[in-house]
Design a protein around this ligand. Structure first.
Ligand code: FES
Length: 123
């Protein structure tokens, strides 16, 4: 087992990763900047593909959502930041409109393993 595989963190049972639901979690790993800040993230199914991102808007570095589990725009097409309305593609995290256009959400590695949803901060 490599050192990196130890970094996987279970965030929910796999049965909770269902279409239309967003799982929110706090990562064990702390932010580097500002040092020691808790990092939060969210996971969801993009079609049938599990995706996970840090819950950090590239614009101001704050969490995207005000309401628990609510990340999508009213058309249910894009992830939307609730502060200034930036829109992000669910599949890539790329910001396609708003003050951070051209920037992107930070991707987390995600896997389904032993009936659990597991995530980790990429190297
Ligand atoms: S903080 Fe997200 S768009 Fe401004």
């Amino acid at each position: 087992m490599s050192a990196h595989s130890a970094n996987w963190q279970t965030v929910a049972p796999a049965s909770e990763l269902v279409p239309g639901q967003f799982l929110e979690f706090r990562l064990k790993e702390k932010a580097k900047e500002p040092a020691g800040m808790p990092l939060t993230g969210f996971a969801f199914l993009d079609g049938t593909t599990p995706r996970a991102y840090l819950n950090v808007c590239p614009h101001l570095g704050i969490e995207l959502n005000w309401m628990p589990g609510r990340f999508m725009d009213s058309d249910n097409l894009f992830i939307q930041c609730s502060t200034h309305g930036a829109l992000f593609k669910p599949g890539t995290g790329e910001c396609i409109a708003g003050p951070c256009q051209g920037d992107a959400l930070s991707t987390l590695d995600i896997r389904l393993h032993d009936g659990e949803v597991q995530v980790r901060v990429p190297d």
